[in-house]
Design a protein around this ligand. Sequence first.
Ligand SMILES: [Zn+2]
Length: 312
Amino acid sequence: MLELADGIRRITFPLPFGLDHVHCYLLRADDGSWTLVDTGLGLPDPESRWAPVLGGLDAPVSSIVVTHYHPDHVGDAAAVAELTGAPVFEGRIDRAQCLRAWVDPAGPNRYRAHSSANGLPPDEADTLRDESEAIRTLVHAPGDPEPLEPGQSFDGWRVIHLPGHADGHLVLLRGGVLIAGDTILSRISPSVGLYPDARPDPLGDYLASLETIAELGATIAFAGHEEPVTDPAGRARELVHHHRERLDAAEALLASEPRSGYEVSLGLFGPALAPPLRRFALAETLAHLERLALEGRAERLDEGGSVRYRPA
Ligand SMILES: [Zn+2]
């Protein structure tokens, strides 16, 4: 556990993915207890994972906040809620998506249908559906979370809705400190992808969220991965620039013969990708293609459930 600032501590857990770690945060509450922000992946044996963390605190964890429903953030929420007895707070949009993605048994097949409609070959679609099933076992969603509302004050922290990386992503801001979840990361670009049953323009959402971050006046952002972002506004502007370049690259890959999102993803990200990376590459490509369509730079064609794009 790392003391980052007065009343802000960071816990880091290893992840068995390409991204090899996730950070959770502890914020000192007004009454001296602790608020835990994010929970890590719901791997087996949560007791031995959390005992050193909870045992090292001088006061109990009195509430748990989930920034967004991705497995490495919400996965251990039910277990740590049980271990601490603390209520879990989660945004309404995020809660609904969490249930659709991880609790509804039809989630993996919905993902398979969506990826097939966007050109993913059947064998790869099967692999990603099976992977979705496997990921579901690593998410133990909280039973009945308390709502967390954008605009509310949570123990002195302002709750802000910054969609894009996830539709219902919430962050906390107090005194120039941003508890950012995955809205902004110091080195890598947070994934922004189109998934089934989600808002239709995640990249448009994300670009607007980056503009908001650039205007928040935050002096430091503590994020879900990597080291703190010491210039959140500057990093937000860099990420806007990055996505504008990716939009140009996606547009340049369109041709008069319509192409599926999968075909465009091969040009943007290359053909040889392990299944988890293919999932992100397809979703990210679709987010860019949908934004191009909304900007009048691409045309989206839906023919018999098969979606393809061509220049506008
Ligand atoms: Zn994350």
